[in-house]
Write a protein that binds this ligand. Sequence first.
Ligand code: GCU
Length: 678
Amino acid sequence: NYPWPALPSGADPAWLPPAPERGSLRLKLAGVGPLIDTVRAELAELTGAGAGQLVDGTAEADVVFTTADRADELASGDLAGFDVESAEGLSQEGFAVLRQAGRVAVVGGSDRGLLYGYHHWRRQLRNGTAADGPEAEIHAPATAIRMLNHWDNMAVHPVMGQVERGYSGGSLFYADGALREDLTRVHHYARLLASTGINRVALNNVNVGPLEATLLTERLGDVVRLAEIFRAQGIAVHLSVNFSSPMLLGGLPSADPADPDVAQWWSRTADAIYAEIPDFGGFLVKADSEGQPGPYRYGRDHAEGANMLARAVAPHGGLVFWRAFVYNHQQDWRDRSTDRARAAFDHFVPLDGGFDENVILQVKYGPMDFQVREPVSPVIGAMPGTRLAAEFQVTQEYTGQQKHACYLAPLWSQVLGFDFEGEDVGGGESRRVSGLVDAVVAVSNVGADEHWCGHPFAQANLFAFGRLAWDPALAPEDILREWVQSTYDDVELRDVVVELLRDSWQTYEDYTAPLGVGWMVRPGQHYGPDVDGYEYTPWGTYHFADREGIGVDRTVATGTGFTGQYPLPWAARYEQLDSCPDELLLFFHHVPYTHRLGSGETVIQHIYDTHFAGVERVEEMVAAWETVRHRAPAPVAQRVSERFAEQLRSAVEWRDQLTTYFSRKSGVADEHGRHIHP
Ligand code: GCU
């Protein structure tokens, strides 16, 4: 049996509040197995909270939960009358919801599928659609691997803190250099993830410090404990590993992937892990990136590095997630020929076809680094011989750090739906990002914070990520409704929160960086405006604003040639000024402030207008929130109000700094004569 310790009363249950509905449902569960026990514990929690009662034996049930392999056996009993045939051929993670005369059967393709089916039904119970609906709903995930990466450190890093780019307090897993004693919240976190379909997590930061490196060996016991908790929710754990581990931990003189002693050390280490954790997911590696060690140190390429690790875990069915985030972070700003946007493609595309079957190349969704707006990384369309993962940030490093309400599903949905052959040309599903990747991965936004995510509304992003990874075709607004219905009881509150969040990504873009230019943030911390903060740094992140104009010329004709990394029609669309989408104009082109966008506005007027409009929109959000805040649980109400106050302050700061900067640079007045600080 798998009972989990209860959250302390009053703790924020996020989107799994204990009682979706009070009622008299008779619930029956058939089957045995560890994940069946998890479903049983879920049902016990529901009935304990007043949703009905659990029945067994030959008692009649209103809702039956079972797996496809038992469907035949049950056809004459509990499943009599249901359209059981439509549940044939379910995938392992898939499930069917069958309905018959007010009764419901949830049939999993396996016990894991049943767990996902249970949560689907639970959401329907909550929004009142469980009993009436189609006779048979069939669901299966579009992407096999749906993963979160934790950038959690065990030791507190002097600059990055306990969680790198974490905005939710400390780590859920670690405190003060050790695994937490009390892992109650990890049980609930794992439940929250399973309820959205997440099936893998990496437990430590991709920048692996000396203490964290020991999770592989000395501290494996900590990983065993976490793996047990996640396993009960159908989630496999991974470790981020330091490429120099054979030196750091094994005392070897090198970590050269071509050295047989090195390969052997990794194999032995993997064997030891799998002896303790038979369903261990594998490794996640940041190599030759921002100072991390990697195969380049030994004159080897990334396929050689990745394959050596892959061979260590292959006998156990493990995977290696190898990140494509490799670029020169010590660039000279005077050098206009080096373009960070080109780097991943230049490093990895020549290696296509050279990676082992159990290597997954993990590519950030954009060519730079999680900016509020970037084109889709051309790497994803250029490596047909390599298994790929698209990497996102649920953590809001560049999108308001969970102080700003910024619902990111519309961004992710756009990326996953991007068709490398062009919508109108029609590559269709197979040339969409979602059809080209085996895995959808994101950096988690969760921490020890009492609301899990710092901003209670940032929970919507965590929920939405899992749902979109499961089904990239879901509409972001529908996911938002699902989340709000699961999370809050009050109907009016739900409507206003949907209204507030729906376009909040667009609003955030409006008052921050215009037209795809990115990077106008304070260096290091990445919060708040600093237009020239990165302009003369080694990071390769420039906007090149002068008195005439702004933007990065990445064309083949006169710029860095980055547009040439896309297939047609995108290469041509991005190359030509008149076909480049407005929202990405400054990513691809350097243009005069007076250049007219497709919308008819000039660039400078667009900058003024969006910044004024963005702040007005935040003011409206704050006002709308004030009308419903009393309908939210008191701690949520207070936290959201605090965050909105900061969002408004910050949005005003962004508007004022950006409008002043560009009016000074360009000397062009606002057509509408609004006040711009001199
Ligand atoms: C960003 C982020 C870093 C992180 C890096 C990565 O640059 O600011 O904190 O380590 O991405 O993805 O590896």
